[in-house]
Design a protein around this ligand. Structure first.
Ligand code: SAH
Length: 269
């Protein structure tokens, strides 16, 4: 299947960025499919990695939808500023609450929905987890706010009750990479996107454990073979081996996950 064109956002192609009037027209939902609306100063960064491989194919097939919304379109006044200097002084610029408020209200279609989370990607947020990805994928869709510069005016986070989610304990220059990571994790959990519910159940975090190692052909590579049990054809033994491996990996690499797993799976008598 050919790589989708950079600006194609699903079955109904939405022209992003530089065409205010077109963008401001309400974009129709693709037959009720899960949808991500992304508020960004760089709509041309989307779909980005999401336009390729499984997520890209699913986007083309209309299994999910993407609507980048250019924050700049909501700036007003002579200079159409989206940012300004921080109150109290200091380096950098802060995205304005009035501009963001209008952009969010546009994304909301004038009405906030309970089944439609509103998230600001932020290093101060709750660390993103597989559980969050599951929650977001079960919603009707999600609206994501990507910050830039020093971040956003605190008042808009309060007034619009925005949930803050972090990709991890590091600082990016903008929220767009984090938004694409979050969307990718949610989209692959949508029914019919991966087409293999079993592989989702077994993978890291879903069970509370890290996943076991994988092997494929050639049977020998640089003198290294494949663990014998995997070529035995004995399904129960393979399953037991995988479980052991997952447990051992989790125990050594992620004591935090291991402790939580033991609490959950093997409650004390
Ligand atoms: N001054 C801020 C960092 C701003 S970084 C602070 O110290 O908290 C600029 C933008 O990048 C942020 O507004 C946010 O949207 C995005 N960003 C940076 N790091 C991120 C992370 N770990 N997770 C999610 N978004 C992040």
């Amino acid at each position: 299947m050919p790589t989708p064109p950079a600006k194609s956002h699903g079955r109904l192609s939405i022209k992003a960025a530089q065409k205010p009037r077109e963008l401001l027209q309400d974009t129709p939902d693709i037959a009720g499919a899960w949808k991500a609306k992304v508020l960004t100063l760089y709509p041309e960064m989307f779909p980005g990695v999401l336009g390729h491989s499984l997520t890209g194919r699913a986007l083309q097939e209309g299994r999910w939808g993407l609507e980048p919304i250019d924050i700049r379109l909501f700036a007003r006044g002579k200079h159409r500023n989206v940012d300004d200097t921080p109150a109290g002084g200091g380096a950098g610029m802060v995205l304005r609450a009035d501009v963001l408020g209008r952009a969010i209200d546009f994304a909301d279609n004038g009405q906030r929905r309970a089944d439609w989370p509103l998230v600001y990607l932020s290093p101060r947020g709750k660390p993103f987890t597989q559980q969050m990805a599951q929650r977001f994928s079960k919603a009707r869709g999600i609206t994501l706010l990507c910050g830039r510069f020093e971040g956003v005016d605190e008042r808009v986070l309060e007034a619009r009750q925005i949930e803050e989610v972090s990709l991890g304990d590091f600082v990016l220059t903008g929220g767009e990479i984090a938004a694409q990571a979050l969307i990718d994790a949610a989209v692959r959990l949508l029914p019919d996107v991966l087409g293999n519910a079993e592989s989702i159940e077994a993978e890291s975090f879903s069970s509370g454990l890290l996943e076991h190692p994988h092997y494929t052909r050639p049977a020998e590579w640089e003198g290294r073979g494949i663990p014998e049990v995997l070529t035995s054809g004995h399904h129960a033994k393979v399953a037991a081996w995988r479980q052991e491996q997952g447990e051992a990996l989790t125990k050594s690499r992620r004591p935090d996950l291991w402790a939580a797993y033991q609490q959950r799976i093997k409650p004390k008598k």
